[in-house]
Design a binder for this molecule. Structure first.
Ligand code: SF4
Length: 432
């Protein structure tokens, strides 16, 4: 039987599917994003983490649709402190493509993208986002900022979007250097500063460094709580119902530098701390629970992957996307700090950076097996699959490369995924 939350979500899904228009989405967000509804809706969640995740996500998506603030499209691997300091509301098309997947709109957005000649070998996050832009479902941006880091698709699709909106002059391509050293930090910091000055000029306002200082202070606070959450997860084996760490991509990236991210991660910490205390008090035998590390993202349509994992007494002990990869930022050197943050991303530079980060996660979270969800069209992530597998083999950690598609269920074989996942868990079981 469906819970109240599931019923609300299903109802919204059907309404949006039947009224596929930007104005209608805005109307729905205004209703569900009102304080009273958010509080009531929030009360229907079974866990604090899920409740705050939904509240902060709805609040920020509503803001981007409100037409009250300048909106900027941003690609995933940018330091979003930049947006919040400039008071431009970030809208992350790839992440929002994930939301459209959850709303069951993928067939429509993909069809639209195909009809506009977007090639099918392009990652479906971008094809869905481009389809949504063509269908005029996303808010109209005033700026588009895109990083060259990891994602080869973003720079092309964002530029096409800029042309569609007639704002090519407001399209910024941030060139993230391959190496992290003092030269590359200065080069990248200069780009962030120039972009900030140009955006302020276009918005007819002065560059306010006190805003950067405040955002960086909040970003460090968010980082502090995220690290504390990650620390608890080294021992935590009993998670709140419906918790899935792969759902946190929007706050972890797009809300870095906001109070919302601080509130969310502080609340996750409190919830996990209570659960860990309970786990210890009740002397729950965690030795039998096997621990997986998940690389890349997951399918955002209905699937049985995670219930199958749970049924077999496995947990996602950690996910690559929740790894705090950057050092504490310096509010006195905002542009340099943001450059360091971007350059510290394990997906930047040599694949060895990613392998090193994964190896650290494997050790910290006492991982028994690793799953790399090989999402269709993600050249960067999939390209490193074999190297990751071979590197972890040397430390006796099995890796399953699970081919599929995060958004297009027609491009993922459910039966094959289930069989391979089951086979992988059997291999791990035989090692115990
Ligand atoms: S999955 Fe890969 S190609 Fe697609 S948006 Fe993410 S990084 Fe880019």
């Amino acid at each position: 039987m469906m819970s109240i939350t599931e019923k609300i979500k299903e109802n919204l899904r059907i309404k949006i599917q039947n009224n596929l228009k930007r104005d209608y989405i805005r109307k729905i967000l205004n209703i569900i994003g009102s304080r009273a509804v958010l509080l009531t809706y929030g009360a229907t969640f079974s866990s604090k983490s899920d409740k705050y995740l939904n509240i902060v996500s709805i609040k920020n998506i509503k803001k981007s649709y409100s037409s009250k603030y300048p909106v900027a499209f941003g690609s995933l691997f940018l330091p979003y402190e930049l947006f919040h300091s400039l008071e431009i509301v970030p809208f992350l098309p790839e992440v929002m493509a994930g939301f459209t997947g959850g709303l069951g709109l993928t067939d429509r957005t993909l069809k639209e993208a195909s009809s506009k000649w977007y090639t099918p070998d392009l990652c479906t996050f971008h094809r869905c986002a481009s389809g949504a832009v063509e269908l005029e479902l996303f808010p109209i941006p005033q700026f588009l900022i895109c990083a060259t880091l990891a994602c080869d698709a973003a720079q092309k699709t964002f530029f096409i979007d800029a042309k569609k909106y007639g704002i090519e002059d407001n399209f910024y391509l941030v060139d993230i250097p391959y190496e992290k050293n003092s030269q590359s930090i200065s080069y990248l910091a200069e780009q962030f500063e120039m972009i900030s000055e140009d955006i302020c000029k276009k918005l007819k306002k002065d560059l306010d460094l006190s805003k950067f200082a405040n955002t960086i202070k909040l970003s460090n606070e968010f980082r502090y709580w995220a690290l504390k959450v990650n620390e608890l997860r080294k021992e935590l084996a009993v998670y709140p119902k419906n918790f899935n760490g792969l759902n946190f991509i929007l706050p972890f990236h797009g809300l870095a530098g906001t109070n919302d991210a601080v509130v969310l991660y502080k609340n996750i910490y409190k919830e996990f701390k209570r659960l860990l205390d309970e786990q210890k008090n009740k002397k729950i035998d965690t030795a039998k629970i096997k621990r997986l590390l998940w690389l890349h993202l997951k399918p955002y349509y209905k699937n049985d992957i995670f219930s199958l994992i749970e049924k077999n007494n496995y947990i996602l002990a950690f996910e690559e996307i929740n790894y705090v990869y950057w050092p504490e930022l310096n509010s006195k050197k905002p542009f340099e700090s943001l450059a360091i943050k971007a350059l510290s991303h394990p997906l930047n530079g040599s694949v060895q950076n990613r392998v090193n980060a994964i190896t650290e996660m494997v050790k910290d979270y006492r991982i028994d097996g690793v799953i790399l969800f090989s999402h269709w069209g993600c050249r960067h992530s999939n390209g490193g699959g074999r190297i990751i597998k071979d590197s972890l083999k040397k430390i006796d950690i099995p890796v399953l490369i699970l081919d599929g598609d995060c958004l297009n269920k027609n491009n993922s074989s459910e039966g094959q995924i289930t069989t391979r996942l089951q086979g992988f868990m059997e291999i791990l079981d035989s090692k115990f």
